[in-house]
Design a binder for this molecule. Sequence first.
Ligand SMILES: Cc1ncc(COP(=O)(O)O)c(C=O)c1O
Length: 452
Amino acid sequence: MTAPAPLAGRERPAGPGSLDVDRRDRREPSARSCRRPAEPGSLDVDHLREAFPILDQEVHGHPLVYLDNAASSQRPDVVIDAISDCYRTYYANAHRGVHTLSERSTDAYEAARGGIARFIGATGSAELIFTRGATESLNLVAQSYARPRLGPGDEVLLTEMEHHSNIVPWQLACEQTGARVRAAGVTDAGDLDLGAMAGLIGERTRVVALTHVSNALGTVNDVAAVVELVRDRSDAAVVVDGAQAVPHMEVDVSALGCDFYAFSGHKMYGPGGIGGLWGRAELLASMPPYHGGGAMITRVTFDRTEYTAPPHRFEAGTPSIAPAIGLGVAVEFLESVGLGRIERHEQELLSHTMEVLGELPWVRVLGHPAPAAGAPRAAVVSLVIDGAHPHDVATILDEQGIAIRAGHHCAQPLMERLGVPATVRASFGMYNTHEEVDRLAAGLHEVRRIFG
Ligand SMILES: Cc1ncc(COP(=O)(O)O)c(C=O)c1O
């Protein structure tokens, strides 16, 4: 078993010899993982798009406009190449062999862990557990951290804007222990009602779990402020669902002050089937394993088993080696483009979208009407058109080559709170363009024409 390295001074661990990726400091763009943007402050989006082979295609005779990034983003060729390179040249099971390929796979897997841990501001790579994604990460915390600490009368506090992945695992843990789930309210503008939330935090609150960014409205929650509220009023752990934040803004778990942070690789330009859970080292060390099997033990007898330390304690069985390596490269790609640039670009797309949608009186945008009108908002826009079912809208847009999502976005309690069964959701990524915003507006005009 190769122990994960501490991240002293946030230096990158040495990469495997065969994985030809640049592992320099996060401020230095990697020449291989991205064509350099033209100027420091802004993205050269046309150039950037060349890194994403899937974007260069037509759908129903129109150039693809991919606006379903909140569901899943696309992958740059460096990520695809890294996975292919792994399988073609050095793949073997990690952690188990002394032969050369196994050592190379292990090194690449652990180097990816180190890079991802540093990317989100962890103080050590042992704080980063590879999971299948945000859903598994949240289930892990619910079962391994919360379940042993919950009892009858205890409370888990959520918010009304949670994805089902941050509701159902807590309901399961509460059903198993006699605890109960409560939910902090959301205002009509789609913001977390912090005052009301404060009133719900008390000495029976064991966990407060909230999303960093709403997948349905784009609301950005002030996690640090919530952490402060919680610390003032209880000993509860703060669990953050970062699935919609990590690809779009700088995330520093240490600065946020939370206890756990979950995310998914496929939403951050990485492979599917891989994601992460960051947890405070002392909490992880106190938690029993989530799954049992190989790779998470130091000694097994029929009487008892001794477990390894985190993170491997929580990674039973053969890990998703190539996807983890691919996620490490996706993180390098994000770093090379620059989260600041990405955020600025996406905010410009959001402003443009709000502007064009503001000219369509038959379109109702949920949440803040404009980013400047209140709390920060990520580039996720949910809208409804009276008289047109969101699925019909999505179908008409698809005929014009525009990929958006229609439905409840796995946030049924939020839909209920806002009084809509479903919405049409356009969600942006680093490679979207202003021309695509105009294509969306034109597509909605076509919807209007068809529905009268
Ligand atoms: C806010 C949020 N949390 C959790 C998830 C679940 O992510 P995954 O399905 O990758 O586990 C999603 C996916 O849409 C999400 O948007």
